[in-house]
Design a protein around this ligand. Structure first.
Ligand code: ADP
Ligand code: MG
Length: 431
């Protein structure tokens, strides 16, 4: 026997309603016993049918070294079918009967192959499946859904196919049935793909494939290896989430403080107090957020161009390009994903998305915005901030920069707490 293989070449599938299920899958299944996992509804059953040749992909193609036996997740026996039909051995049993009656058709001999004892093997498989009272001619309509599944599974294990694809085979089995299935699959000598959530069953596989909206991912080792990798990935994701939450809480606390201070000032009749609500932005060179368009700006991996477009749908392309050029962001930079940008470029991109947003944020909190910027960018930032009409709170040790922003008040940390005093640009302007 040649090596059993099934190969996916750029396989994509789009549902009838136009929803893409997966795209550009490339993978080779071979004699390595493989488990396929993935969330409900991600497309495992559709992929299994494509692998089995029962369903053409929307694009790409799938090549098989030989016949594939597919056991569907649900079996619905057609009217008039029998236990032999369900088990997938009806034609082989019929060929066997013709040979036994003296027939000599080559096709019949080919179909039966080495399985001269097929009838006995089916009976034994039905006994093992806990269904000893069935025989090949029993009408399938007499079986419950679970019984029909067990007959189909018993038949699948009798198949001579190159590849066996089982779609959630243990769902209808009780504990002894599941253990028996594992034993039987150990004895299966050719290609095997098992779709399952059953850890014990997956634990018997040599390789795990995971289907997700991002595609097929291959995990080198067995299920335990997969589970460990997943646990690591999960822990990393949790960490990132915790860090983001922490940052967000800090930003919110800073904003609340600022709002309280401004409210106190307004209570004292101070006309410099500016309303700060709804919109808020904090920039510390690594992150940006605007309550108006949080969802859009959170698309961290999108290119600056797309993020800017999302923040300001009305602006003309030429205008945005010109403004980005002022900040030293050229066409290549704004087309690159965020991850590919340097710290300074990220800051500029973040500033651009915030300062050119429509509507603009009503309060801007800047934490050392100049730290990553080259001089031309710093000049551009100063110009932008002078033109910005909302409330501005900026933390900086760069007096020259501060002097150019048209500030009106100064907030200083003292031993008695925060002190808000009028801004004295002359004393500080050393430029
Ligand atoms: N023939 C079909 N027509 C319309 N939608 C389908 C069809 N087959 C599958 N789907 C949809 O495709 C998605 C994936 O289904 P499926 O492959 O059964 O997922 P899984 O086996 O991973 O749980 C589901 O949203 C399902 O409703
Ligand atoms: Mg399924």
């Amino acid at each position: 026997m040649t090596n059993p293989t099934i190969t996916l070449h750029d396989v994509s599938f789009v549902l009838p309603d136009g929803r893409p299920l997966f795209a550009d899958l490339n993978e080779t299944l071979d004699a390595t016993r493989t488990g396929l996992v993935g969330r409900n509804g991600v497309g495992k059953s559709v992929l299994a049918r494509i692998l089995a040749g029962l369903q053409p992909p929307t694009t790409g193609h799938c090549a098989r070294s030989g016949p594939v036996h597919y056991l569907a997740q649900r079996v619905t026996p057609p009217p008039g079918s029998t236990v032999a039909d369900l088990a997938g051995v009806a034609e082989s049993l019929a060929a066997l009967a013709r040979i036994e009656a003296g027939g000599a058709a080559g096709a019949d001999f080919e179909r039966v192959g080495d399985r001269w004892d097929l009838r006995e093997r089916l009976q034994a498989a039905l006994r093992r499946a806990g269904l000893p009272w069935l025989d090949p001619a029993t009408p399938a309509a007499r079986l419950s859904g679970g019984q029909a599944m067990r007959v189909a599974l018993a038949g699948a294990l009798l198949s001579e196919a190159d590849f066996l694809i089982l779609d959630e085979p243990s769902n209808h089995l009780d504990r002894p049935g599941r253990l028996a299935l594992i034993d039987q699959l150990r004895a299966w000598p050719r290609g095997l793909l098992v779709i399952s959530h059953d850890r014990r069953l997956l634990g018997d596989m040599e390789r795990i494939l995971e289907l997700s909206p991002q595609g097929l991912r291959r995990y080198g080792g067995d299920y335990r290896f997969y589970a460990e990798r997943k646990a690591e990935e999960h822990a990393q994701a949790e960490q990132t989430l915790a860090r983001r939450k922490h940052e967000r809480r800090r930003e919110e606390a800073a904003l609340r403080q600022q709002q309280e201070r401004q409210q106190r000032r307004r209570a004292r009749g101070d006309r410099h107090g500016k309303q700060a609500n709804q919109a808020r932005v904090l920039l510390d060179g690594q992150k940006e957020r605007s309550e108006h368009s949080t969802g859009k700006l959170r698309r961290q991996h999108a290119a600056t161009r797309e993020r800017l477009r999302a923040a300001n749908r009305g602006a003309a392309d030429s205008d945005l390009r010109m403004r980005l050029a002022q900040l030293g962001l050229d066409a290549d930079t704004i087309a690159a994903p965020r991850a590919a940008l340097s710290g300074g470029e990220r800051l500029k991109a973040a500033l651009a998305c915030v300062l050119y947003a429509d509507p603009p944020p009503r309060l801007l909190l800047l934490d050392e915005p100049g730290n990553h910027l080259d001089l031309p960018s710093l000049n551009a930032l100063e110009t932008l901030l002078r033109a910005y009409r909302g409330a501005l709170v900026v933390v900086s040790h760069d007096d020259a920069f501060l002097a150019r922003l048209g500030l009106t008040e100064e907030l200083t940390a003292t031993d008695e707490g925060w002190a808000l005093t009028p801004w004295h640009p002359v004393e500080r302007d050393r430029s």
